[in-house]
Write a protein that binds this ligand. Sequence first.
Ligand SMILES: N[C@H](CCC[C@H](N)C(=O)O)C(=O)O
Length: 266
Amino acid sequence: MTRTFHKMHGLGNDFVIFDAREEPLAMDEPLARAVSDRKTGIGCDQLVVLEKSTVADLRMRIWNHDGIEVESCGNASRCVVALTHAKTIETGGGLVRGEEDGSDIEVSLGEPHFEWDQVPVTYAIPTNPMPMAWGELHNPVALSVGNPHVVFFVDNADSIDLDELGPRIEHDPVFPDRINVNVAEVHPDGIRLRTWERGAGITRACGTGASATAVAAILTKRVQSPVKVTMRGGSLTIAWAPGEPIRMRGSATYVFKGEIELEALA
Ligand SMILES: N[C@H](CCC[C@H](N)C(=O)O)C(=O)O
């Protein structure tokens, strides 16, 4: 049976989106991995399935490139708002609110969480900063913005061997659900960010990574809100203050629509 999919991206962080609100779609780890494969599948950083929701305009489920289902995806949230015009989205990381403003989309990701068992980390250790080091990366801020992130502030993000340190940190047992790894440079005009994504590796942009990094920088008084976060694929503007939800603003791009026989992939 052929299924229609939508190929979209947020600043080069790319997605395959199935709208299963009228026609349920059983997604699992092997099939998500097969669809995401850039050689034998359609290819994407994350796969998204939209379902009916009883608490929001729709529910968004997200699988990383490695097939693991996760809680949140900032760039995909903007793409889903642009695609469906939804104003509220139910996700594993909480309720996301979205609005369209010309070519930009603004989404609210809810409030960040900093307690060790909310990130989560395995032990009751400080999270701002964490008293830990991996090679030249040390003392990150650990937080959840619906999904788990660590943020390292560095002088030169390009000099960090993220291909080596990213997976080492992602799979460290101190992070029971694994973790997204962000290395950030703070400048007067904003933040430069590189992200090693849990389950996807280095991506051109990471919406929740930009949000987590901006929150950590605001919390530690390195910058003021709102802050521009620039990644290889482009920039997002993030606004936050303690006790408030995180607001992220940026583009969402529709690339093409296609058909696929999922049974042939599984
Ligand atoms: N890799 C993330 C999910 C996708 C996040 C990213 N694509 C975004 O735009 O937020 C995780 O495992 O939590």
